[in-house]
Design a protein around this ligand. Structure first.
Ligand SMILES: C[S@@+](CC[C@H](N)C(=O)[O-])C[C@H]1O[C@@H](n2cnc3c(N)ncnc32)[C@H](O)[C@@H]1O
Length: 253
């Protein structure tokens, strides 16, 4: 399939959105070239043609804008750890816009569901296909942090339920992690609560029993409860995100 035909599968609105994004995000090696232009490549179609494209762009932009409040991320050499990366749109923007940095994208999806970074000429993304809840995952993460040996920023955009807790564990446990941005989505599932003692012993009972709270209060309480697992974290709503799950938790060491 040609690049042109891939482009034509994106909606007009999506392409306009990519043009807007180009104002915010530029390829690090060529400041005149918007990073979003790269998304028209066939090799990146997994990132560009996801079904909820507008929402995904708003989420990626929320991460990039939030990162800017913490660090000069497009100039420093950093290690971005994009947990539950999904279609890897954020990982792709980061890799293109911050060429001195390394991105480790983590998800349980098979690698063939990710953008073809190598074919697209993007060498600074590594993909870890992992179940983040499996025993031993934190050791894999530690090895990745040691291998890259750069200050790491943990990113968790819509890590479902217990996976947001795992994101806090990575940040809290490993000294290489200097900052975290965490935007939770769904609450803990019953299966997560059942294995809380082994998977997340630090989570207080009040967070494990949120299903008893009023439905309109649950997400807010979940986000604030997660923030309390991180030293000196703040939490703010980002209304530009096209989703009600728009609480961004920030912490840095
Ligand atoms: C709600 S999506 C978020 C995707 C992306 N961060 C975004 O905001 O568009 C949750 C992601 O978590 C991944 N996931 C689910 N269970 C997982 C697990 N046990 N380990 C790692 N990733 C998992 C899914 O494959 C999916 O891509």
């Amino acid at each position: 399939m040609s690049d042109e035909s891939i482009c034509s599968t994106s909606t007009g609105a999506s392409r306009m959105l990519l043009a807007e994004v180009s104002c915010k995000c530029h390829c690090g090696t060529d400041k005149d070239q918007p990073a979003s232009a790269a998304f028209t490549q066939t090799a990146l179609h997994r990132a560009a043609n996801c079904h909820n494209f507008r929402q995904e762009v708003s989420e990626s932009m929320a991460i990039l804008d939030s990162l800017r409040k913490l660090r000069r991320w497009d100039e420093e050499a950093l290690h971005f750890v994009d947990l539950c990366c999904g279609s890897a749109m954020t990982a792709t923007f980061l890799a293109l816009s911050a060429p001195k940095s390394t991105v480790t994208a983590v998800d349980i999806r098979p690698p063939q569901h990710l953008p073809h970074f190598h074919e697209a000429g993007i060498a600074n993304v590594r993909y870890l296909c992992e179940d983040m809840t499996r025993p031993g995952f934190l050791e894999v993460m530690e090895k990745a942090l040691l291998d890259v040996a750069l200050p790491a920023i943990v990113l968790g955009m819509h890590c479902c339920g217990a996976l947001s807790v795992v994101a806090t564990q990575i940040y809290n446990r490993f000294p290489q992690c200097v900052a975290i941005l965490l935007c939770p989505c769904c609450l803990l599932r019953n299966i997560d609560v059942k294995r809380a003692d082994s998977l997340m012993p630090e989570v207080p009972k009040s967070l494990l029993s949120l299903s008893e709270a009023r439905p309109d209060e649950r997400y807010e309480r979940w986000a604030h409860g997660l923030a309390q697992l991180l030293p000196e974290a703040t939490c703010e709503r980002l209304p530009d995100m096209l989703t009600p799950c728009n609480a961004m938790i920030f912490a840095q060491k």
